[in-house]
Design a protein around this ligand. Structure first.
Ligand code: N01
Length: 539
Protein backbone atom coordinates (compact mmCIF):
# COMPACT_ATOMS: atom_id res chain seq x y z
CA UNK A 1 0.00 0.00 0.00
CA UNK A 2 1.52 3.25 -1.04
CA UNK A 3 1.02 6.44 0.89
CA UNK A 4 1.96 10.04 0.33
CA UNK A 5 2.76 11.32 3.81
CA UNK A 6 4.35 14.56 2.65
CA UNK A 7 1.33 16.21 1.08
CA UNK A 8 0.17 18.27 4.06
CA UNK A 9 -1.58 21.61 3.61
CA UNK A 10 -2.83 20.59 0.21
CA UNK A 11 -6.10 21.87 -1.29
CA UNK A 12 -8.66 19.41 -2.55
CA UNK A 13 -12.11 19.41 -4.04
CA UNK A 14 -13.19 16.69 -1.62
CA UNK A 15 -11.78 15.21 1.54
CA UNK A 16 -13.35 11.91 2.51
CA UNK A 17 -13.02 10.56 6.06
CA UNK A 18 -12.87 6.79 6.33
CA UNK A 19 -11.79 4.06 3.94
CA UNK A 20 -14.64 1.61 4.35
CA UNK A 21 -17.12 0.82 1.59
CA UNK A 22 -18.65 4.32 1.58
CA UNK A 23 -15.33 6.14 1.59
CA UNK A 24 -13.70 4.18 -1.18
CA UNK A 25 -16.80 4.48 -3.33
CA UNK A 26 -16.56 8.27 -3.00
CA UNK A 27 -12.86 8.22 -3.79
CA UNK A 28 -13.22 6.09 -6.87
CA UNK A 29 -16.25 7.87 -8.33
CA UNK A 30 -15.23 11.46 -7.64
CA UNK A 31 -11.71 10.82 -8.87
CA UNK A 32 -13.11 9.34 -12.07
CA UNK A 33 -15.06 12.59 -12.61
CA UNK A 34 -11.81 14.51 -12.47
CA UNK A 35 -11.99 15.92 -8.94
CA UNK A 36 -9.08 16.03 -6.55
CA UNK A 37 -9.98 13.68 -3.70
CA UNK A 38 -8.17 12.13 -0.76
CA UNK A 39 -9.29 9.83 1.99
CA UNK A 40 -8.05 10.19 5.55
CA UNK A 41 -8.27 6.91 7.40
CA UNK A 42 -7.57 6.31 11.10
CA UNK A 43 -6.62 2.67 10.54
CA UNK A 44 -3.53 1.26 8.88
CA UNK A 45 -5.32 -0.33 5.92
CA UNK A 46 -8.56 -0.07 3.99
CA UNK A 47 -11.70 -1.83 5.13
CA UNK A 48 -13.36 0.46 7.65
CA UNK A 49 -14.96 -1.64 10.37
CA UNK A 50 -13.25 -4.72 8.94
CA UNK A 51 -9.93 -3.25 9.97
CA UNK A 52 -10.96 -2.64 13.58
CA UNK A 53 -13.32 -5.57 14.20
CA UNK A 54 -10.94 -8.50 13.72
CA UNK A 55 -12.16 -10.31 16.84
CA UNK A 56 -12.57 -14.10 16.74
CA UNK A 57 -15.64 -14.99 14.72
CA UNK A 58 -16.19 -11.56 13.11
CA UNK A 59 -18.24 -12.36 10.07
CA UNK A 60 -20.62 -10.72 7.62
CA UNK A 61 -24.34 -10.99 8.30
CA UNK A 62 -25.35 -10.36 4.67
CA UNK A 63 -25.10 -12.86 1.85
CA UNK A 64 -21.75 -12.50 0.06
CA UNK A 65 -23.13 -11.35 -3.30
CA UNK A 66 -24.83 -8.43 -1.53
CA UNK A 67 -21.70 -7.68 0.42
CA UNK A 68 -19.70 -6.27 -2.45
CA UNK A 69 -19.93 -3.57 -5.07
CA UNK A 70 -22.32 -4.12 -7.96
CA UNK A 71 -20.06 -3.00 -10.81
CA UNK A 72 -19.74 -5.88 -13.22
CA UNK A 73 -16.02 -5.41 -13.77
CA UNK A 74 -15.62 -5.89 -10.02
CA UNK A 75 -18.04 -8.71 -9.20
CA UNK A 76 -17.34 -10.87 -12.22
CA UNK A 77 -13.81 -11.68 -11.00
CA UNK A 78 -14.59 -11.99 -7.30
CA UNK A 79 -15.86 -14.96 -5.28
CA UNK A 80 -16.29 -15.34 -1.54
CA UNK A 81 -15.69 -18.92 -0.46
CA UNK A 82 -18.55 -18.90 2.05
CA UNK A 83 -22.12 -17.66 1.94
CA UNK A 84 -21.33 -15.38 4.90
CA UNK A 85 -17.62 -14.54 4.64
CA UNK A 86 -15.45 -13.90 7.67
CA UNK A 87 -13.38 -10.78 8.33
CA UNK A 88 -10.25 -12.23 6.74
CA UNK A 89 -12.04 -12.80 3.47
CA UNK A 90 -13.66 -9.36 3.53
CA UNK A 91 -10.19 -7.89 4.01
CA UNK A 92 -9.04 -9.85 0.98
CA UNK A 93 -11.95 -8.34 -0.92
CA UNK A 94 -10.82 -4.84 0.07
CA UNK A 95 -7.30 -5.70 -1.09
CA UNK A 96 -8.81 -6.86 -4.37
CA UNK A 97 -10.65 -3.54 -4.71
CA UNK A 98 -7.44 -1.72 -3.91
CA UNK A 99 -5.63 -3.54 -6.66
CA UNK A 100 -8.42 -3.10 -9.22
CA UNK A 101 -9.16 0.55 -8.45
CA UNK A 102 -5.74 1.74 -7.32
CA UNK A 103 -7.17 3.24 -4.16
CA UNK A 104 -4.37 3.40 -1.61
CA UNK A 105 -2.31 5.98 -3.44
CA UNK A 106 -4.98 8.52 -2.46
CA UNK A 107 -5.57 7.30 1.08
CA UNK A 108 -3.64 8.67 4.00
CA UNK A 109 -3.50 5.88 6.59
CA UNK A 110 -3.00 6.25 10.34
CA UNK A 111 -4.51 9.71 9.97
CA UNK A 112 -7.43 10.05 12.37
CA UNK A 113 -9.27 13.31 11.71
CA UNK A 114 -9.43 15.22 14.96
CA UNK A 115 -10.93 18.56 13.93
CA UNK A 116 -12.41 20.46 11.03
CA UNK A 117 -13.57 24.05 10.76
CA UNK A 118 -15.28 25.89 7.94
CA UNK A 119 -13.43 28.83 6.44
CA UNK A 120 -16.35 30.89 5.17
CA UNK A 121 -14.20 33.34 3.20
CA UNK A 122 -12.66 30.60 1.11
CA UNK A 123 -15.59 28.20 1.32
CA UNK A 124 -13.33 25.44 2.43
CA UNK A 125 -13.05 23.00 5.28
CA UNK A 126 -9.74 23.08 7.10
CA UNK A 127 -9.22 19.59 8.38
CA UNK A 128 -6.60 18.39 10.85
CA UNK A 129 -5.54 14.86 11.62
CA UNK A 130 -3.79 13.25 14.54
CA UNK A 131 -0.64 12.67 12.47
CA UNK A 132 -0.13 16.45 12.34
CA UNK A 133 -1.33 16.92 8.79
CA UNK A 134 -3.73 19.63 7.62
CA UNK A 135 -5.73 19.71 4.44
CA UNK A 136 -8.20 22.16 2.87
CA UNK A 137 -11.16 20.89 0.90
CA UNK A 138 -14.26 22.42 -0.66
CA UNK A 139 -16.34 19.45 0.44
CA UNK A 140 -15.93 17.30 3.51
CA UNK A 141 -17.53 13.87 3.22
CA UNK A 142 -17.34 11.88 6.47
CA UNK A 143 -17.84 8.17 5.81
CA UNK A 144 -17.32 7.10 9.40
CA UNK A 145 -19.98 4.40 9.35
CA UNK A 146 -22.39 3.71 12.18
CA UNK A 147 -20.02 1.77 14.38
CA UNK A 148 -16.71 3.56 14.52
CA UNK A 149 -16.85 4.81 18.10
CA UNK A 150 -16.66 1.87 20.51
CA UNK A 151 -18.68 2.16 23.70
CA UNK A 152 -17.03 1.07 26.94
CA UNK A 153 -19.56 1.13 29.77
CA UNK A 154 -18.49 2.79 33.03
CA UNK A 155 -18.29 -0.44 35.00
CA UNK A 156 -16.54 0.20 38.32
CA UNK A 157 -13.06 -1.27 38.50
CA UNK A 158 -12.59 -1.86 34.77
CA UNK A 159 -9.13 -0.30 34.87
CA UNK A 160 -8.10 -2.54 37.74
CA UNK A 161 -8.39 -5.77 35.75
CA UNK A 162 -4.97 -7.36 35.44
CA UNK A 163 -5.80 -9.85 32.68
CA UNK A 164 -6.25 -8.93 29.03
CA UNK A 165 -9.27 -6.75 28.29
CA UNK A 166 -10.33 -5.81 24.75
CA UNK A 167 -13.32 -4.19 23.12
CA UNK A 168 -14.40 -6.11 20.01
CA UNK A 169 -14.24 -2.92 17.95
CA UNK A 170 -10.63 -2.26 18.93
CA UNK A 171 -9.36 -5.81 18.72
CA UNK A 172 -5.56 -6.23 18.60
CA UNK A 173 -4.44 -6.70 15.01
CA UNK A 174 -2.07 -9.43 16.19
CA UNK A 175 -5.02 -11.41 17.55
CA UNK A 176 -5.67 -12.84 21.00
CA UNK A 177 -5.30 -16.55 21.62
CA UNK A 178 -8.23 -17.72 23.75
CA UNK A 179 -7.07 -21.34 23.86
CA UNK A 180 -7.20 -22.80 27.33
CA UNK A 181 -8.03 -19.43 28.92
CA UNK A 182 -10.80 -18.36 31.27
CA UNK A 183 -12.73 -15.94 29.09
CA UNK A 184 -15.56 -13.57 29.99
CA UNK A 185 -17.73 -11.83 27.39
CA UNK A 186 -19.87 -8.84 28.39
CA UNK A 187 -22.55 -8.14 25.81
CA UNK A 188 -24.60 -10.35 23.54
CA UNK A 189 -25.19 -8.18 20.47
CA UNK A 190 -23.95 -9.26 17.04
CA UNK A 191 -20.33 -8.98 18.19
CA UNK A 192 -20.90 -10.89 21.43
CA UNK A 193 -22.73 -13.74 19.70
CA UNK A 194 -19.88 -14.16 17.24
CA UNK A 195 -17.16 -14.15 19.90
CA UNK A 196 -19.09 -16.56 22.08
CA UNK A 197 -19.26 -19.17 19.32
CA UNK A 198 -15.47 -19.14 18.93
CA UNK A 199 -14.61 -18.81 22.61
CA UNK A 200 -16.90 -21.72 23.50
CA UNK A 201 -14.73 -23.88 21.28
CA UNK A 202 -11.31 -22.62 22.37
CA UNK A 203 -11.54 -21.38 25.95
CA UNK A 204 -11.12 -23.58 29.00
CA UNK A 205 -14.02 -21.73 30.59
CA UNK A 206 -16.33 -19.18 29.02
CA UNK A 207 -18.67 -16.96 31.03
CA UNK A 208 -21.18 -14.90 29.10
CA UNK A 209 -22.60 -11.85 30.88
CA UNK A 210 -25.97 -11.18 29.26
CA UNK A 211 -28.17 -8.20 29.99
CA UNK A 212 -30.66 -8.66 27.15
CA UNK A 213 -30.94 -11.87 25.13
CA UNK A 214 -30.16 -11.59 21.44
CA UNK A 215 -33.02 -12.86 19.29
CA UNK A 216 -30.58 -14.49 16.90
CA UNK A 217 -31.57 -16.17 13.66
CA UNK A 218 -30.23 -19.15 11.79
CA UNK A 219 -27.34 -18.11 9.58
CA UNK A 220 -27.48 -21.03 7.15
CA UNK A 221 -23.76 -20.80 6.53
CA UNK A 222 -22.40 -22.76 3.56
CA UNK A 223 -19.02 -23.30 2.00
CA UNK A 224 -19.84 -22.59 -1.62
CA UNK A 225 -19.30 -25.29 -4.23
CA UNK A 226 -18.27 -24.47 -7.83
CA UNK A 227 -21.89 -25.14 -8.90
CA UNK A 228 -23.20 -22.70 -6.29
CA UNK A 229 -20.63 -20.12 -7.34
CA UNK A 230 -21.83 -20.45 -10.93
CA UNK A 231 -25.44 -20.07 -9.84
CA UNK A 232 -24.56 -16.98 -7.80
CA UNK A 233 -22.82 -15.38 -10.77
CA UNK A 234 -25.82 -16.06 -12.99
CA UNK A 235 -28.16 -14.25 -10.59
CA UNK A 236 -25.88 -11.50 -9.43
CA UNK A 237 -26.78 -8.73 -11.88
CA UNK A 238 -30.51 -9.30 -11.36
CA UNK A 239 -30.00 -9.23 -7.60
CA UNK A 240 -28.27 -5.87 -7.74
CA UNK A 241 -30.92 -4.46 -10.05
CA UNK A 242 -33.72 -4.86 -7.50
CA UNK A 243 -31.90 -3.48 -4.46
CA UNK A 244 -33.38 0.01 -4.82
CA UNK A 245 -36.87 -1.45 -4.70
CA UNK A 246 -36.49 -3.21 -1.34
CA UNK A 247 -36.69 -1.90 2.22
CA UNK A 248 -33.16 -2.86 3.23
CA UNK A 249 -31.33 -2.73 -0.10
CA UNK A 250 -31.17 -6.50 -0.31
CA UNK A 251 -32.36 -8.72 -3.14
CA UNK A 252 -35.50 -9.68 -1.19
CA UNK A 253 -38.23 -7.78 0.62
CA UNK A 254 -41.11 -8.14 3.05
CA UNK A 255 -43.93 -10.42 1.95
CA UNK A 256 -46.87 -8.25 0.83
CA UNK A 257 -49.24 -9.91 3.29
CA UNK A 258 -50.09 -9.69 6.98
CA UNK A 259 -49.04 -12.50 9.30
CA UNK A 260 -52.59 -12.34 10.64
CA UNK A 261 -54.34 -12.69 7.28
CA UNK A 262 -53.14 -16.22 6.62
CA UNK A 263 -54.17 -19.45 8.34
CA UNK A 264 -52.02 -20.68 11.25
CA UNK A 265 -50.80 -23.52 9.02
CA UNK A 266 -49.77 -21.15 6.21
CA UNK A 267 -48.07 -18.88 8.70
CA UNK A 268 -46.12 -21.75 10.21
CA UNK A 269 -45.04 -23.07 6.82
CA UNK A 270 -43.99 -19.58 5.72
CA UNK A 271 -41.90 -19.08 8.87
CA UNK A 272 -40.42 -22.55 8.37
CA UNK A 273 -39.49 -21.69 4.79
CA UNK A 274 -37.91 -18.35 5.75
CA UNK A 275 -36.07 -19.97 8.65
CA UNK A 276 -34.75 -22.65 6.34
CA UNK A 277 -33.40 -20.04 3.95
CA UNK A 278 -31.20 -18.61 6.70
CA UNK A 279 -29.84 -15.09 6.81
CA UNK A 280 -32.01 -12.05 7.32
CA UNK A 281 -34.99 -13.36 5.33
CA UNK A 282 -36.69 -14.23 8.64
CA UNK A 283 -36.35 -10.51 9.48
CA UNK A 284 -36.52 -8.38 6.32
CA UNK A 285 -38.24 -10.96 4.13
CA UNK A 286 -41.04 -11.86 6.53
CA UNK A 287 -44.71 -10.81 6.72
CA UNK A 288 -44.97 -7.08 6.19
CA UNK A 289 -46.49 -6.34 9.60
CA UNK A 290 -44.12 -8.24 11.88
CA UNK A 291 -42.18 -5.08 12.73
CA UNK A 292 -45.36 -3.02 13.02
CA UNK A 293 -48.04 -5.04 14.77
CA UNK A 294 -47.70 -6.63 18.19
CA UNK A 295 -49.94 -9.59 17.41
CA UNK A 296 -48.11 -10.30 14.17
CA UNK A 297 -44.79 -9.95 15.95
CA UNK A 298 -45.91 -12.37 18.68
CA UNK A 299 -46.41 -15.09 16.05
CA UNK A 300 -42.85 -14.65 14.75
CA UNK A 301 -41.44 -14.47 18.26
CA UNK A 302 -43.16 -17.68 19.33
CA UNK A 303 -41.92 -19.52 16.23
CA UNK A 304 -38.39 -18.28 16.95
CA UNK A 305 -38.60 -19.16 20.66
CA UNK A 306 -39.61 -22.74 19.96
CA UNK A 307 -36.74 -23.14 17.49
CA UNK A 308 -34.29 -21.97 20.16
CA UNK A 309 -35.73 -24.04 22.98
CA UNK A 310 -35.34 -27.22 20.87
CA UNK A 311 -31.58 -26.68 20.96
CA UNK A 312 -30.98 -25.97 24.63
CA UNK A 313 -30.79 -28.79 27.17
CA UNK A 314 -31.55 -26.86 30.35
CA UNK A 315 -35.00 -25.17 30.33
CA UNK A 316 -33.79 -22.57 32.85
CA UNK A 317 -31.03 -21.52 30.43
CA UNK A 318 -33.51 -21.61 27.54
CA UNK A 319 -35.75 -19.24 29.47
CA UNK A 320 -32.84 -16.83 29.94
CA UNK A 321 -31.88 -16.94 26.26
CA UNK A 322 -35.39 -17.01 24.81
CA UNK A 323 -37.94 -15.98 27.44
CA UNK A 324 -41.51 -17.19 27.04
CA UNK A 325 -42.68 -13.62 27.57
CA UNK A 326 -40.69 -11.42 25.15
CA UNK A 327 -38.52 -8.68 26.67
CA UNK A 328 -39.03 -6.72 23.48
CA UNK A 329 -40.58 -7.54 20.10
CA UNK A 330 -38.60 -9.62 17.64
CA UNK A 331 -36.52 -7.75 15.08
CA UNK A 332 -36.67 -4.27 16.62
CA UNK A 333 -33.16 -4.62 17.92
CA UNK A 334 -30.73 -5.66 15.20
CA UNK A 335 -30.86 -9.49 15.19
CA UNK A 336 -27.71 -11.55 14.76
CA UNK A 337 -27.08 -14.58 12.65
CA UNK A 338 -25.75 -17.57 14.53
CA UNK A 339 -24.40 -21.00 13.72
CA UNK A 340 -23.95 -22.86 17.00
CA UNK A 341 -24.63 -20.11 19.51
CA UNK A 342 -27.40 -21.86 21.40
CA UNK A 343 -25.69 -25.27 21.51
CA UNK A 344 -22.68 -23.56 23.10
CA UNK A 345 -24.71 -23.17 26.30
CA UNK A 346 -25.05 -26.97 26.54
CA UNK A 347 -21.28 -27.29 26.92
CA UNK A 348 -19.78 -27.87 30.37
CA UNK A 349 -17.22 -25.08 29.86
CA UNK A 350 -19.85 -22.41 29.12
CA UNK A 351 -21.84 -20.50 31.77
CA UNK A 352 -24.49 -17.86 31.21
CA UNK A 353 -24.80 -15.11 33.81
CA UNK A 354 -28.10 -13.29 33.53
CA UNK A 355 -27.33 -9.70 34.52
CA UNK A 356 -31.03 -8.95 34.98
CA UNK A 357 -30.94 -11.34 37.94
CA UNK A 358 -27.35 -10.68 39.03
CA UNK A 359 -26.06 -7.28 37.86
CA UNK A 360 -22.35 -6.62 37.55
CA UNK A 361 -21.10 -4.95 40.74
CA UNK A 362 -17.52 -4.40 39.69
CA UNK A 363 -14.58 -5.63 37.73
CA UNK A 364 -11.81 -6.72 40.07
CA UNK A 365 -8.13 -7.31 39.42
CA UNK A 366 -8.90 -10.95 38.72
CA UNK A 367 -12.36 -11.05 37.20
CA UNK A 368 -15.95 -9.84 37.25
CA UNK A 369 -18.06 -9.71 40.39
CA UNK A 370 -21.83 -9.86 40.05
CA UNK A 371 -24.50 -10.13 42.71
CA UNK A 372 -24.08 -13.93 42.32
CA UNK A 373 -20.33 -13.96 43.06
CA UNK A 374 -16.97 -13.44 41.39
CA UNK A 375 -15.90 -15.10 38.13
CA UNK A 376 -12.13 -15.29 37.70
CA UNK A 377 -10.93 -14.50 34.21
CA UNK A 378 -7.77 -14.34 32.10
CA UNK A 379 -9.42 -12.46 29.23
CA UNK A 380 -12.34 -10.03 29.40
CA UNK A 381 -14.07 -9.23 26.11
CA UNK A 382 -16.16 -6.08 25.95
CA UNK A 383 -18.73 -6.73 23.25
CA UNK A 384 -20.59 -3.66 24.45
CA UNK A 385 -21.23 -1.97 21.15
CA UNK A 386 -20.81 1.52 19.82
CA UNK A 387 -21.97 5.10 20.20
CA UNK A 388 -23.77 4.21 17.03
CA UNK A 389 -24.57 6.32 13.99
CA UNK A 390 -23.63 9.70 15.48
CA UNK A 391 -20.51 8.71 17.46
CA UNK A 392 -18.14 8.66 14.49
CA UNK A 393 -19.16 12.23 13.64
CA UNK A 394 -19.36 13.73 17.11
CA UNK A 395 -16.01 12.21 18.09
CA UNK A 396 -14.37 14.77 15.80
CA UNK A 397 -14.24 18.43 16.71
CA UNK A 398 -16.16 19.61 13.64
CA UNK A 399 -17.01 23.32 13.84
CA UNK A 400 -19.51 24.92 11.53
CA UNK A 401 -20.33 28.52 10.68
CA UNK A 402 -21.51 29.56 14.15
CA UNK A 403 -18.41 28.14 15.78
CA UNK A 404 -20.37 25.40 17.52
CA UNK A 405 -19.39 21.80 17.11
CA UNK A 406 -21.59 19.10 15.67
CA UNK A 407 -21.51 17.49 19.09
CA UNK A 408 -22.96 20.67 20.61
CA UNK A 409 -25.51 21.11 17.87
CA UNK A 410 -26.82 17.58 18.38
CA UNK A 411 -26.67 17.57 22.19
CA UNK A 412 -30.49 17.74 22.32
CA UNK A 413 -31.02 15.36 19.44
CA UNK A 414 -30.03 14.91 15.86
CA UNK A 415 -31.47 16.68 12.87
CA UNK A 416 -30.02 15.90 9.49
CA UNK A 417 -31.83 16.75 6.28
CA UNK A 418 -32.19 13.65 4.10
CA UNK A 419 -29.77 12.05 6.54
CA UNK A 420 -26.91 13.71 4.74
CA UNK A 421 -26.35 17.27 6.00
CA UNK A 422 -27.12 19.55 8.92
CA UNK A 423 -27.63 23.33 9.00
CA UNK A 424 -24.62 25.35 10.10
CA UNK A 425 -22.21 22.89 8.50
CA UNK A 426 -22.04 23.88 4.82
CA UNK A 427 -20.38 21.60 2.28
CA UNK A 428 -20.35 18.74 4.75
CA UNK A 429 -22.18 15.69 3.43
CA UNK A 430 -22.09 12.55 5.53
CA UNK A 431 -22.69 9.06 4.22
CA UNK A 432 -24.50 6.31 6.15
CA UNK A 433 -25.26 9.02 8.71
CA UNK A 434 -28.09 9.79 11.13
CA UNK A 435 -31.62 9.63 9.73
CA UNK A 436 -30.43 8.05 6.51
CA UNK A 437 -31.25 4.38 5.82
CA UNK A 438 -27.83 3.48 7.36
CA UNK A 439 -28.49 0.81 10.02
CA UNK A 440 -31.49 -0.53 8.13
CA UNK A 441 -29.63 -0.77 4.84
CA UNK A 442 -27.04 -3.22 3.63
CA UNK A 443 -23.67 -1.47 3.89
CA UNK A 444 -22.13 -1.83 0.42
CA UNK A 445 -25.57 -1.19 -1.14
CA UNK A 446 -25.99 2.11 0.65
CA UNK A 447 -22.35 3.02 0.04
CA UNK A 448 -23.16 2.85 -3.66
CA UNK A 449 -26.73 4.08 -3.79
CA UNK A 450 -26.64 6.89 -1.24
CA UNK A 451 -23.02 7.42 -2.25
CA UNK A 452 -23.99 8.04 -5.86
CA UNK A 453 -26.54 10.67 -4.80
CA UNK A 454 -23.81 12.57 -2.99
CA UNK A 455 -21.39 12.21 -5.92
CA UNK A 456 -24.08 13.55 -8.23
CA UNK A 457 -24.84 16.47 -5.94
CA UNK A 458 -21.19 17.51 -5.65
CA UNK A 459 -20.77 17.16 -9.41
CA UNK A 460 -23.99 19.13 -10.17
CA UNK A 461 -22.84 21.94 -7.91
CA UNK A 462 -19.28 22.20 -9.09
CA UNK A 463 -20.21 21.93 -12.75
CA UNK A 464 -22.67 24.78 -12.33
CA UNK A 465 -19.98 26.93 -10.68
CA UNK A 466 -21.58 26.85 -7.22
CA UNK A 467 -19.39 26.11 -4.28
CA UNK A 468 -21.58 26.27 -1.17
CA UNK A 469 -24.46 24.05 -0.08
CA UNK A 470 -26.13 24.06 3.30
CA UNK A 471 -29.15 22.23 4.69
CA UNK A 472 -31.97 24.55 5.71
CA UNK A 473 -33.24 24.51 9.29
CA UNK A 474 -36.88 24.12 8.25
CA UNK A 475 -36.01 21.22 5.98
CA UNK A 476 -34.03 19.36 8.59
CA UNK A 477 -36.72 19.89 11.23
CA UNK A 478 -39.33 18.57 8.82
CA UNK A 479 -37.11 15.55 8.09
CA UNK A 480 -36.69 14.90 11.80
CA UNK A 481 -40.47 14.99 12.23
CA UNK A 482 -40.93 12.74 9.22
CA UNK A 483 -38.55 10.18 10.75
CA UNK A 484 -40.33 10.41 14.11
CA UNK A 485 -43.71 9.94 12.42
CA UNK A 486 -42.48 6.82 10.64
CA UNK A 487 -41.55 5.28 13.99
CA UNK A 488 -44.99 5.78 15.55
CA UNK A 489 -46.81 2.89 13.82
CA UNK A 490 -43.78 0.59 14.20
CA UNK A 491 -42.54 -1.42 17.17
CA UNK A 492 -39.01 0.04 17.10
CA UNK A 493 -39.57 2.23 20.13
CA UNK A 494 -40.29 -0.86 22.22
CA UNK A 495 -36.61 -1.79 22.66
CA UNK A 496 -33.59 0.03 24.05
CA UNK A 497 -31.60 -0.38 20.86
CA UNK A 498 -28.80 1.52 19.20
CA UNK A 499 -31.31 2.24 16.41
CA UNK A 500 -33.05 4.49 18.95
CA UNK A 501 -29.83 5.85 20.47
CA UNK A 502 -30.92 4.03 23.61
CA UNK A 503 -27.81 1.90 24.13
CA UNK A 504 -25.80 4.84 25.48
CA UNK A 505 -26.79 6.27 28.87
CA UNK A 506 -27.79 9.92 28.50
CA UNK A 507 -28.02 9.90 24.70
CA UNK A 508 -31.24 11.42 23.37
CA UNK A 509 -33.75 8.71 22.55
CA UNK A 510 -34.77 9.14 18.92
CA UNK A 511 -34.74 7.03 15.80
CA UNK A 512 -31.26 7.40 14.30
CA UNK A 513 -31.93 5.50 11.09
CA UNK A 514 -34.47 6.18 8.37
CA UNK A 515 -37.24 3.63 8.95
CA UNK A 516 -39.21 4.33 5.77
CA UNK A 517 -37.22 1.94 3.59
CA UNK A 518 -34.81 2.61 0.76
CA UNK A 519 -37.40 3.26 -2.00
CA UNK A 520 -39.16 6.00 0.00
CA UNK A 521 -35.83 7.53 0.94
CA UNK A 522 -34.75 7.62 -2.70
CA UNK A 523 -38.06 9.17 -3.75
CA UNK A 524 -37.61 11.92 -1.14
CA UNK A 525 -34.10 12.60 -2.39
CA UNK A 526 -35.18 12.71 -6.03
CA UNK A 527 -38.02 15.11 -5.18
CA UNK A 528 -35.46 17.47 -3.68
CA UNK A 529 -32.90 17.01 -6.48
CA UNK A 530 -35.54 17.67 -9.16
CA UNK A 531 -36.12 21.10 -7.61
CA UNK A 532 -32.44 22.00 -7.65
CA UNK A 533 -32.00 20.39 -4.24
CA UNK A 534 -34.95 21.92 -2.44
CA UNK A 535 -34.23 22.10 1.29
CA UNK A 536 -30.64 23.13 0.68
CA UNK A 537 -29.40 26.68 0.18
CA UNK A 538 -26.97 26.65 -2.70
CA UNK A 539 -24.81 29.56 -3.83
O1 N01 B 1 -23.19 -3.98 19.84
P1 N01 B 1 -24.67 -3.97 20.41
P2 N01 B 1 -22.51 -5.00 18.80
N1 N01 B 1 -23.46 -4.05 31.05
O2 N01 B 1 -24.93 -2.57 20.84
C1 N01 B 1 -24.44 -5.02 26.16
C2 N01 B 1 -23.13 -4.38 13.70
N2 N01 B 1 -22.35 -5.60 13.73
O3 N01 B 1 -21.09 -4.60 18.67
O4 N01 B 1 -28.81 -5.21 24.95
C3 N01 B 1 -23.76 -5.18 30.42
O5 N01 B 1 -25.62 -4.60 19.49
C4 N01 B 1 -25.77 -4.77 25.52
O6 N01 B 1 -26.81 -5.14 26.39
P3 N01 B 1 -28.29 -4.53 26.18
C5 N01 B 1 -24.60 -4.73 13.80
O7 N01 B 1 -25.37 -3.85 13.07
C6 N01 B 1 -22.47 -6.41 12.67
O8 N01 B 1 -22.78 -6.39 19.16
O9 N01 B 1 -28.11 -3.06 25.97
N3 N01 B 1 -24.00 -5.30 29.13
C7 N01 B 1 -25.64 -5.65 24.28
O10 N01 B 1 -25.89 -6.98 24.57
C8 N01 B 1 -24.83 -4.60 15.25
O11 N01 B 1 -26.18 -4.43 15.61
C9 N01 B 1 -21.80 -7.58 12.63
O12 N01 B 1 -29.01 -4.86 27.39
C10 N01 B 1 -23.90 -4.19 28.41
C11 N01 B 1 -24.16 -5.49 23.93
O13 N01 B 1 -23.50 -5.04 25.10
C12 N01 B 1 -23.95 -3.43 15.59
O14 N01 B 1 -22.80 -3.57 14.79
C13 N01 B 1 -20.99 -7.96 13.67
C14 N01 B 1 -23.57 -2.95 28.98
C15 N01 B 1 -23.94 -4.48 22.83
O15 N01 B 1 -24.57 -4.92 21.67
C16 N01 B 1 -23.52 -3.38 17.03
O16 N01 B 1 -23.27 -4.71 17.47
C17 N01 B 1 -20.89 -7.13 14.76
C18 N01 B 1 -23.36 -2.91 30.37
N4 N01 B 1 -23.09 -1.76 31.00
C19 N01 B 1 -21.57 -5.94 14.77
N5 N01 B 1 -23.54 -2.03 28.00
C20 N01 B 1 -21.98 -8.42 11.43
O17 N01 B 1 -22.69 -8.13 10.52
C21 N01 B 1 -23.85 -2.67 26.86
N6 N01 B 1 -24.08 -3.97 27.10
C22 N01 B 1 -21.31 -9.60 11.38
Amino acid sequence: MSQTQSDTDEELDVLVIGAGFAGIYQLDRLRSLGYSVKVYEAGSRIGGIWYWNCYPGARVDSDGPMYQFSREDLWKDWEYSERFPDWREVRRYFDYLDEKLDLSKDIRFDARVTSAEFDEARRQWVVRAGDGSTVRATFLVPCTGFGSKPYVPPIPGLDAFRGECHHTGLWPQSGVDLTGKRVGVIGTGASGVQVVQEAARDAAELTVFQRTPNLAFRMGQQTLTPEQQKEIKEGQAAGYAIRTTTFGGFDYDFLPVSALDVTPEERESTYERLWGMGGFTFWLGTFQDVLFDTSANDTAYEFWRKKVWERIDDPAVAEQLAPVVPIHPLGVKRPSLEQNYYEAYNQDNVTLVDLRESPIEEVTATGVRTAAGEVELDVLVLATGFDSVTGGLTAMDIRGTGGITMREKWADGVSAYLGVATAGFPNLLFLYGPQSPSGFCNGPTCAEIQGELVVRMIDDLLRSGRTRVEAEVDAENAWREHVAELVVPSLFDRADSWYMGANIPGKVRQMLNYPGGLPTYLTKWEESAAKDYAGFTIT
